[in-house]
Each structure stands twice: as C-alpha cells, then as structure tokens.
Write a protein that binds this ligand. Structure first.
Ligand code: GUN
Length: 292
C-alpha cells in the first residue's frame, strides 16, 4: 500500500511555484496577485481562506483578503466582484463558498470574469474543461489529478467510481477522469444520493473517489482488493480531547481500508493540501495569461 502524500506533494508544488516567482522577481516582473472574498464568519471558511492567504505568502504571491458582512446584499456583493474584475493588479480571485442564503451562488459565480476565475467555477471555464480546452480546473479535482500523476497511478481503462455530484468536486472529477489522456481514460460512474445498489457499484471500482462528507462511510468490506482510494471528506467531528474541540474526519475508515487498498489518501494530509497548491498553480497560470 502506498500513501498518496498530499502534504509532501503540495510542498513540492509550492517550491516549484516559488522558483517561478523568484524568476519573475529577478526579471523585475509583477508577481501573481490572488484575492479571496469571504462573506460572513463561518469557522471552516475562515480557516480555509486563512490557509490560502498564508500559502500566497509562502510562494511570494501578493494576496488580498476581502472580508464582507454576512448580511451583505446580493447586489453589493456583485458590485464588489465587478471591482475585482476591473482591478488590473489582481490576476485571479475566489469567492469562498458557501454563501449566505440571501445570495444566489450561481449568479455570483457568473459575475466573476472567467479570465480571473482561478476556482474554475464559471460556466465558461467549466464548459472549456468538459471540452478538453486549456482553462482553470477546479482546485480539488485538479489536486487529485496531480496526486495520481505524481505517484504514477494507472487510470487508463480503469473503472472510477465517484461518490457525490457537487459542482466543486464530484461533477468535475467525473468529467476529468473520463477525459482523453492521463490521468484520465477511465470509465466513470458518478454516484449520488439516489443511486441504487451503491455498495455493489463501489465493489466494482478500481478507483474510488469519495466526496460525500459522511465520516467513515467507506468501509474495507465495500472495496475491491488493491483499489485506489481518494478521500475528499473533511467533516469536523466534535472531540473533547482535541485542542480545537473537533477533529477532521474523512469519508474513509482509513485504518481498515488502508490494509486493503493499493493507494490511499490520508485525512488530513491528502487531498486538502493539494487543493491549496493547485489554487496557487491556477493563479500563476492567470498571471501568465494576463502577461501575454
Ligand atoms: N468551499 C469549499 N471548497 C471551496 C473551493 O474550492 N473554493 C471556494 N471558493 N470555496 C470552497
């Protein structure tokens, strides 16, 4: 069994990005600038955005955090996004999800200039991705592809079962694993809450990508011997013994599944760190696009 070490891989990627930024600085060029919009005070979102800003510092990017009140109107948020679209110094920006209920998320994501949409959530970029065109690929699926590539995991002709059809992970992942090329060329089944016989489908998978958000959902007896297991779950489970009062728990019963799998991502230290590294990669790509 091989652990797909997202922490190590993401560090390697950040070092590669830092080298690129150092070259830009040496040539007197502008460094990439990422902005993050955070609406409200959701604890998990604050943590994620904080990690994104720290990652920018680590690689030498400029970063801007735009903090907005949870009771902001949809129109005010759309206007803020338009400001970021027009700001020539900003290469890319993200709007941290989820947004408060008074705001139509799809409307907000459509307001983002596709050329600055480093999350890859705009329909233009999502469509380009589905058509194999060069574009921003959503960071979590992009990070999973990068892990599979760096560990030389064979995906050609394999049966990949994706669990969960979210716009951020499951849906794009199912498209990417079925695309031509590597990592890809898989036969994909996208499963969700209405899937019948889900355990039977999972038992036929060579590669299982779980993006469900149910702690310890995937048990050893559900997978095939030597399956590749990617755990995208990051649920906060209350835990009195931990300093923060909770522990981050994946969708996979790691202790038992790891004994049967050929490759597996741990939680934490698997997919999570890769997501941030790939956001930086997309921001570097945005800078390069805007320079042309
Ligand atoms: N919320 C959970 N994951 C993500 C992500 O990748 N990007 C943004 N903007 N919000 C998220």
């Amino acid at each position: 069994m091989t652990i797909l070490d997202g922490k190590k891989c993401s560090n390697d990627i950040k070092n590669e990005i830092k080298d690129e930024v150092d070259k830009m600085k040496a040539k007197g060029e502008k460094v990439p600038h990422l902005a993050a919009v955070l609406v409200g005070n959701d604890g998990a979102s604050l943590t994620y955005v904080g990690s994104k800003v720290r990652a920018c510092e680590r690689v030498g990017f400029k970063s801007t955090l735009v903090k907005l009140s949870s009771n902001i109107s949809e129109l005010e948020l759309l206007e803020k996004i338009e400001e970021l679209n027009q700001d020539d110094d900003i290469d890319g920006f993200i709007v941290q999800l989820p947004l408060p209920p008074q705001i139509d998320t799809q409307k907000v994501l459509m307001q983002v200039d596709p050329q600055k949409d480093v999350d890859g959530f705009h329909p233009t970029n999502f469509g380009k991705m589905a058509l194999d065109m060069t574009t921003f690929i959503p960071a979590t699926p992009f990070g999973i592809l990068e892990l599979l590539e760096r560990y030389n995991v064979d995906t050609k002709g394999k049966h990949t079962v994706v669990i969960g059809r979210s716009h951020i992970v499951g849906r794009p992942m199912s498209i990417l694993m079925g695309r031509k090329g590597w990592p890809g060329n898989s036969t994909v089944t996208l499963t969700h809450s209405h899937t019948k016989n889900i355990t039977q489908i999972i038992s036929q998978a060579d590669i299982v990508i779980s993006a469900l958000g149910i702690p310890n959902f995937l048990k050893a007896e559900m997978i095939r011997d030597d399956a590749v297991v990617i755990d995208v779950g990051i649920t906060r489970v209350p835990d009195e013994n931990s300093k923060k009062g909770y522990i981050i728990t994946g969708d996979v019963d790691y202790e038992n599944v790891s004994k049967k799998a050929s490759f597996i991502t741990p939680v934490p230290g698997g997919v999570g760190p890769m997501t941030i590294a790939m956001l930086l990669k997309n921001t570097l790509l945005a800078r390069e696009m805007h320079r042309l």
